[in-house]
Design a protein around this ligand. Structure first.
Ligand code: AMP
Length: 196
């Protein structure tokens, strides 16, 4: 049985960094970031990658089928049973689609949804700071202020509905992301360890 933890958070919340540190420190946990998986597909130069790129550069969500296929294949191919996926769901449509999928699957349990919470001001400062500090050529194409605003809007739009849905299922846990990386990781680690 695969135990799945979904990690959501604003751009700049640190969710990908937090989850990857936990996976590095625990041989029985694997981590996938939806953004990283999509960027890998773009880097491969495939036709699918070209389609994905047109959404990422605008800060828009890739279509439902692409993202669902991406995470389902990540879960199925995961080499260990405890799987952290960050960056999903980002819409009510994704949430509902995934819920339907998991309820049909005997082999996957949605164990928890972790929200790494930061204020918009904190997210903005981190993202635009990340851009300023990136080496030339290493900047993420979607770290501009305009695209940040679009990504933030896309994140906050469905957030209340997503929080309500998982709160009703007693699956939502909120972690304060506005602390040091070590503190956030420690809290997430303790929480995940308690569930596996
Ligand atoms: P991230 O690295 O998590 O900030 O994601 C970067 C970009 O990848 C997003 O702005 C979207 O274009 C795309 N993306 C990541 N996760 C999803 C998702 N769950 N659904 C649709 N598009 C996504």
């Amino acid at each position: 049985m695969k135990k799945l933890f979904l990690i959501i958070g604003a751009p700049g919340s640190g969710k990908t960094t937090d989850a990857s540190i936990i996976a590095e420190n625990n041989a029985n946990i694997v981590h996938y970031s939806t953004g990283d998986m999509l960027r890998e597909e773009v880097a491969s130069g495939s036709d699918l990658g070209k389609e994905i790129e047109s959404y990422i550069t605008k800060g828009a969500l890739v279509p439902l089928k692409i993202i669902v296929d991406t995470i389902v294949s990540a879960i199925n191919n995961a080499p260990v049973d405890n799987v952290l996926i960050d960056g999903y769901p980002r819409s009510e449509e994704q949430m509902t689609a995934f819920d339907a999928l998991v309820s049909k699957e005997d082999n996957i349990e949605l164990t928890s949804v972790i929200e790494v919470r930061v204020t918009e001001a904190c997210a903005r400062e981190r993202i635009l700071g990340r851009r300023a500090e990136a080496a030339p050529g290493e900047e993420r194409a979607d770290d501009s202020e305009e695209v940040f605003n679009d990504r933030m809007g896309i994140y906050t739009g469905p957030l209340a509905a997503i929080q309500r849905f998982y709160t009703d299922k007693e699956l939502l846990t909120i972690i304060n992301g506005e602390r040091t990386l070590e503190e956030v990781v420690a809290e997430m680690q303790t929480f995940v360890s308690g569930k596996i």
